[in-house]
Design a protein around this ligand. Structure first.
Ligand code: BGC
Length: 438
């Protein structure tokens, strides 16, 4: 293993900068028998869908061990904990009691609750191809806000509608496992509409400080050739701007509005309802080139030949054990690009996820990854981007979707046999970093 000593002191972030860690309900809670099923329960029950054949029926068992998780958060010294409410649990009798207790425990420990209202675990009766799901989501937001709103510090409507559309509905590698290719676009539109309706519903219920967690990363063309540049531009529109332009400037990138269902102009007014901050999940940039007419395997994905682009390796970079390249400076580039594109329309930014998958508890590679990315973030702050917080993905090793338990993103190791939690070297490193930031 290559050990890299991190020696330079971390620069100070502005006072009030919010440090946190993130998780999501389906990935950690378990106790599947105490709630209604979600599309992920159905999907993982199908043979061959998850790499190690596992399900999230138990996961980290956080439903029964949230006191341990809260103690870990307090020991880490984070300001905030981002977790999601499971929509099927909220819809189950007594389901909100669990979150009520969790929020109380967080507040008692001095950790501010940041709640994501949807992190991919859709109730089985619902379908994002249906417009009505957007209204149902606004109702869900309202129910949660009425119960928890007096203590929640920040609200996140949706987590990564781009991935949920692409992986779940276009490529079929996540739940609900549809392979609709470009016919999946209504799923994007209905989620964006759901976001806008939920922002309004939350405000009507008296809740404030609302944002979204969108995944973004710079797209690098494989070469200067017109074909590669065109393919990269298309990829950037599809994975980045399709989800940020409607929110921040109230329109779809050229050519996409026509592909969306319903009265798109009217919907865009709802989608662009102003938000208090914009959340970005960042992991890595993507190198994109012109298609070469064959299916390719990339980062655990099988990309069909008919896509108008291919994804290429970023050479000369270390990769995580997921195969994702480690490119901290691309985070500075990403944020500078957002500032340039959206100018004053860009509200304050929070990095709502950033992290990496490595094995082992002496996780020096994770320390190097986080150190590099936090420094890159500081450079963006120095360059004038209004970034107000940073959340590590994730507190715990957890159920990593189609990869099952084979990928470990946690600052804390989870033994999936005994459910014992063991803080890794990165946990102590982050704790010390946070102390030095106070
Ligand atoms: C998701 C998380 C996921 C992480 C690592 C993000 O796309 O929001 O749920 O575990 O990336 O893959």
């Amino acid at each position: 293993m290559i050990r890299r000593m991190v020696t330079n002191p971390m620069p100070q972030f502005p006072a009030g900068f919010l440090w946190g860690v993130s998780t999501s309900a389906h990935q950690i809670e378990g106790a599947a028998d105490t709630r209604e099923p979600s599309v992920w329960d159905v999907f993982t029950a199908e043979p061959g869908r998850v790499k190690d054949g596992s399900t999230a029926a138990v996961a980290c068992d956080s439903y029964h061990r949230s006191h341990e998780d809260v103690a870990l958060l307090a020991g880490l010294g984070v300001d905030a904990y981002r977790f999601s409410v499971s929509w099927p649990r909220v819809a189950s009798p007594g389901g909100l009691d669990f979150y009520d207790r969790l929020v109380d425990a967080l507040c008692a420990a001095g950790v501010r609750p940041v709640v994501t209202l949807f992190h991919w675990d859709l109730p089985v009766a619902l379908d994002w191809l249906e417009r009505d799901t957007a209204s149902r989501f606004a109702d869900h937001a309202c129910v949660v806000a009425e119960r928890l709103g007096d203590r929640v510090a920040k609200w996140i409507t949706l987590n990564e509608p781009a991935e949920h559309t692409l992986l779940g509905h276009a490529l079929g590698v996540h739940a609900p496992g549809r392979r609709l290719m470009f016919d999946a676009l209504p799923v994007a539109h209905h989620q964006l509409l759901a976001h806008g309706l939920a922002v309004r519903a939350l405000r009507a219920a008296g809740a404030g400080d609302i944002g979204i967690a969108n995944s973004h990363g710079p797209t690098w063309a494989a070469s200067e050739s017109p074909e590669d540049r065109e393919a990269a531009e298309f990829y950037d529109l599809l994975l980045n701007r399709l989800f940020s332009d409607p929110l921040l400037i109230g329109r779809y990138p050229e050519g996409f509005g026509e592909l969306m269902p319903g009265d798109v102009e009217a919907d865009l007014k709802v989608i662009a309802e102003p938000i208090d901050w914009y959340g970005i999940n960042y992991y890595a940039p993507t190198r994109v080139g012109a298609p070469h007419g064959a299916e390719i395997e990339f980062g655990g994905l099988s990309l069909p030949a008919e896509l108008p682009f291919t994804v290429r390796e970023i050479e000369d970079r270390p990769v995580t054990d997921f195969g994702w390249p480690v490119v901290p400076e691309a985070l500075t580039e990403l944020l500078a690009g957002f500032r340039e594109r959206y100018g004053d329309r860009l509200p304050p930014v929070l990095i709502t996820e950033n992290g990496c998958s490595y094995q082992g508890v002496d996780d020096q590679e994770r320390i190097a990854y986080l150190d590099g990315h936090i420094r890159a973030l500081h450079r963006a702050v120095e360059a004038g981007v209004d970034v107000r917080g940073y959340f590590v993905w994730s507190l715990l090793d957890n159920f990593e979707w189609a990869e099952g338990y084979t990928r470990r993103f946690g600052l804390v190791h989870t033994d999936f046999e005994t459910l014992e939690r063991t803080p890794k070297a990165s946990y102590a490193w982050l704790r010390d970093l946070l102390r030095a930031q106070r």
